[in-house]
Write a protein that binds this ligand. Structure first.
Ligand SMILES: [Zn+2]
Ligand SMILES: [Zn+2]
Length: 185
């Protein structure tokens, strides 16, 4: 049974995805089964999350968030100013400094909404329930976002880049929210 690169079947062109096609004695064509080399669901959603992050308008960080449930995307968000407001790309970031309870100095951008918040806002605007959903984020959430995520009823948060994980540790443990680091592509 020879695998052919491609050939025309009885009813039209037989598509070839690399595994070759075979014609039987009866003139039927079918494709040869192949190994499944598709990305996993985690890879699939995380790749999309990194693409979403490319839309960020804050020059300090490109961050993306994708909310999913049952292998479907419910909402997406990225770092950026509220609709109709000037973006950091156009007018520059408005950076302010603050000190955390543990004494660390933090810098944040006053203009932007974080990616997770924008994704939650998009879901709310469209009337999409996100209870029990999973969040895919390029960076692990800041404590402010994490607090809100806990109250959305999130089941699990997947991230690629760790960001100040120690600041959300107590909340993570007490909330029971799963926080799972995925290896970068
Ligand atoms: Zn900014
Ligand atoms: Zn945040």
């Amino acid at each position: 049974m020879a695998a052919l690169s491609s050939r025309r079947g009885v009813g039209g062109v037989v598509e070839n995805y690399g595994g070759g096609t075979v014609r039987t004695a009866a003139g039927l064509c079918y494709t040869v089964p192949m190994a499944d080399t598709r990305p996993s669901w985690d890879q699939y959603f995380m790749t999309i999350t990194h693409q979403v992050a490319e839309r960020s308008t804050c020059t300090r960080a490109k961050v993306g968030a994708v909310i999913t449930r049952d292998r479907s995307i419910l909402a997406t968000g990225y770092n950026g100013a509220p609709s109709g407001m000037p973006h950091c790309l156009d007018v520059g970031c408005l950076v302010y400094e603050s000190t955390t309870p543990s004494g660390d100095l933090e810098q944040n951008c006053f203009r932007t909404i974080h990616a997770e918040m924008n994704a939650i806002a998009q879901a709310a605007r469209n009337g999409v329930s996100i209870d029990g959903a999973a969040f895919y984020v390029t960076h692990s959430p800041c404590i402010h976002c994490f607090k809100v995520l806990v109250n959305t009823g999130v089941d699990a948060i997947y991230y690629t880049k760790p960001y100040k994980l120690e600041t959300i540790e107590e909340l993570r443990v007490k909330s029971g929210v799963k926080l799972i680091g995925l290896a970068p592509e």
